[in-house]
Design a protein around this ligand. Structure first.
Ligand code: G6P
Length: 468
């Protein structure tokens, strides 16, 4: 059973009162949906709209169990504590996190609701896999309700260093919530190490390597919790196959044609989030046009920025800043019939994304901080022609894995300008060599391998207390 803040689909009620759905945004769903489509399991999560109460229903063979969030829960638990406290805190405080006691209360209340929903659904001795920062209290709450379960937790975003984590007024409760799991997975070894250091400093528990020993009130060992890195991936073969279809190949040619067949097509694809480094990237591009290192009439940057968390202030502000910057660059360097930045504040289906990846000469994934970043992996999976180049920010989880990318420090605008220029004029032989390395990694370690590895470690945990 999967427990995540979001269901894999956003549900809304049609005029006839019947639920209709579209795919949910973000990397978590991109990764987990194909895993669950092959498993015979249930998925507990929120349908994406306030005050929606629905009976469980089935999509693509997965039983979906909706959890209701009121408008107040959405505001305080989802937009507030999850996305205006934890998200910025866990991403290097790029934006200042807000600490509000009412938001924390809502986070506790909603985490309890998810734990109760999972406890009511799970079969005896089942394996429950809890996901991401919105639900860090669920492992302990669930263990209390159902000690017979095996509980795994995977953290999709970075886990910060102690010095940052310790700012959180409720830090101890969060750590204790996570320690309810038998296995806690992170994207990178560095995240797991940060977590273990936090446990050592904020609790009295003993740790040995990445294993934490939980004791009862008499100091007797109760169980062990393991923290480890399991870098997430995508359904690489399916993406590769999609990008090879005639429809996608033809669409890629059509996209270039519609853009006026630029000599160099650069591409950025992100949720519109301040962690993604969109402003820094567009600034670097604008300066390259200004300096004459890229020709405005021969170059196009397509920036897909899918709408995200629009009620959170920092996101609304980012949108204004990005749109101002795009307007300036197009105003200064555009011509009738040609804008050097094509900015699309929209979400697109996978087929269109695959065509954009194929059309692009250079993919820019220059996040300031990112747990993994699956766009980088999708780009590699799409390029069976072994062409194209990936410019990748050092502070993404993907940078730990993807040798073959051109790495940049996204805060270093001059360095980024050099990397973009280098990538735009990459010698085809070097491009091929790099892309082959990228593809070897992405195709050789897909999301099924990721979940298999995580679940193998989790199910090796000795079964406890199944007669409760
Ligand atoms: C990231 C997070 C996910 C989240 C997704 C989309 O990938 O790790 O937990 O679901 O962003 O964000 P949203 O707030 O729309 O769910």
């Amino acid at each position: 059973m999967v427990v995540a803040n979001r269901l894999p689909v956003d549900v809304s009620l049609g005029e006839d009162g019947e639920p209709t759905w579209t795919r949910s945004p973000g990397g978590l769903v991109t990764a987990l949906a194909p895993v669950m489509a092959q498993a015979d399991g249930a998925w507990v999560g929120w349908g994406g709209s306030p005050d929606l109460t629905l009976d469980p229903f089935e999509v693509d063979g997965t039983q979906l169990v909706p959890v209701t969030l009121s408008a107040d829960d959405v505001e305080r638990y989802y937009e507030g504590f999850s996305n205006d406290t934890l998200w910025p805190l866990y991403h290097d405080v790029i934006a200042p996190p807000a600490f509000h006691r009412q938001w924390w209360e809502a986070y506790r209340r909603v985490n309890r609701r998810f734990a109760e929903a999972a406890a009511a659904q799970a079969a005896r001795g089942a394996t429950v896999w809890v996901h991401d920062y919105q639900l860090q209290l669920v492992p302990a709450l669930l263990r209390e309700l159902r000690p017979d379960l095996r509980i795994g937790y995977f953290h999709h975003i970075p886990f910060p260093p102690l010095e940052i984590f310790a700012q959180l007024p409720w830090r101890k409760a969060v750590v204790e919530g996570l320690l309810g799991a038998d296995l806690i997975g992170f994207q990178r070894g560095g995240d797991a190490a940060n977590f273990v250091r936090v446990v050592r400093r904020l609790t009295d528990l003993t740790t040995r390597g990445q294993v934490v020993t939980i004791t009862d009130e008499h100091g007797r060992t109760e169980r062990h919790v393991r923290a480890a890195a399991f870098p997430i991936s995508i359904d690489s073969a399916a993406f590769d196959a999609l990008a090879r279809t005639d429809a996608v190949q033809e669409r890629a040619v059509e996209i270039r044609h519609e853009l006026g067949n630029p000599t160099i097509l650069l591409l950025g694809v992100d949720r519109l989030d301040y962690t993604k480094g969109i402003r820094h990237r567009i600034k670097a591009y604008g300066e390259l046009l200004q300096d004459g290192r890229l020709s405005p009439s021969e170059t196009t940057l397509v920036q897909v920025a899918s709408p995200s968390r629009e009620n959170v202030g920092a996101y609304a502000q980012l949108r204004d800043e990005v749109e101002l910057l795009v307007g300036r660059i197009n105003g200064d360097f555009g011509q009738v019939g040609h804008a050097p930045v094509q900015y699309l504040h929209q979400s697109f289906p996978m087929e269109e994304m695959a065509a954009l990846y194929l059309a692009a000469d250079v993919m820019l994934v220059t996040a300031l901080r990112d747990g993994m970043n699956l766009v980088a992996k999708e780009y590699a999976a799409a390029r069976s022609d072994d062409r194209g180049a990936l410019v990748l920010g050092e502070f993404t989880g993907a940078a730990d894995e993807l040798a073959g990318a051109i790495l940049v420090n996204p805060h270093d605008i001059d360095g980024m300008k050099d990397a973009i220029t280098y990538a735009a004029h990459l010698d085809p032989r070097e491009a091929r060599k790099r892309m082959r390395r990228l593809r070897r990694r992405v195709l050789g370690h897909d999301v099924n391998a990721w979940s298999r590895e995580f679940l193998a470690v989790l199910t090796a945990v000795p079964q406890r207390d199944s007669h409760v």
